[in-house]
Design a protein around this ligand. Sequence first.
Ligand code: SME
Length: 160
Amino acid sequence: MAEELIISNSTDKQQRYETLIPQIEALVSGEPDLIANLSNIVAALKQTMNFFWVGFYVVKNDQLVLGPFQGPIACTRIGLGKGVCGTSWKEKRTIIVPNVDEFPGHIACSSASKSEIVLPAFKSNEVFLVLDVDSDKLNDFDAVDEKYLDAVMRMVERFI
Ligand code: SME
């Protein structure tokens, strides 16, 4: 396993993701433990992409429960259909929110959060967890983020 992350110094986020993805693959391959892998993934995303907040919420019975994350402290439980995370879980799809103030029911864990992307990972066709990324800038997520974070979620699906 790599012990030090190689971070592209490019200002182009696609380039940064391209450098990161194979390293995440290497980090999680051969390690079956859920918490260990989710923890390293959020740390690698934070270090490389410098996200304001990045973390997992894991489905436990009828709620999403906060999992490994990097950033300010966050709400611990989210119901089905609540906020962006609960909506992603309910609708089984990725959601990009350019302006959180315009998303009905958005849960503000931090008032500094301005835009957000949430992606689900599936086990046996059910959502097992979601990845939530928050930015302190408006309109900070696009198809490039969706493409690469989706690749991360497909890797997650191999060990959940
Ligand atoms: N904003 C999220 C809640 C989680 S925090 O942003 C870390 C939501 O509306 O589901």
